[in-house]
Design a protein around this ligand. Sequence first.
Ligand code: FES
Length: 154
Amino acid sequence: MLSAEEIKAIDAERSHYPTAQAVGIEAMKIVQHHRGWISDESLREIADHLGLSVESLDGAATFYNLIFRRPVGKHVILICDSVSCWIMGYEQLREQLQKELKIGLGETTQDGRFTLLPSCCLGACERAPVMIVDEDLHGDLDSEKIGEILADYE
Ligand code: FES
């Protein structure tokens, strides 16, 4: 069941959107903020509350890479693997992250601190190579910056 806090936040957002369908992503972000990820059960609860089908909500989630349909770590790293980032050093960046975190793409560190996920263009090509940690964008990355950035997320 959605908590009173989740319902209050979703209903507050709902008033800013023209349709229940339009507020779906925001509603999932609210629930994810409380629960860490969007399980099938969470999806059903949100769909019921908004009067939407589970399928349409799930479909929206697949187009938004900050909605997690599987459990993730405390911090989620999205590493951009699109063209500009490829050219500017994506491969080295990915290798370094995998080495430092001791995980592959799509995996979570043993201590549950980080999940590393690939992403298409993050809309900051002029700062390639780029990654997002939680909701913070980090650009112009190099091997020195990676360690410093990871240390900031406990
Ligand atoms: Fe990486 Fe656009 S290609 S941010």
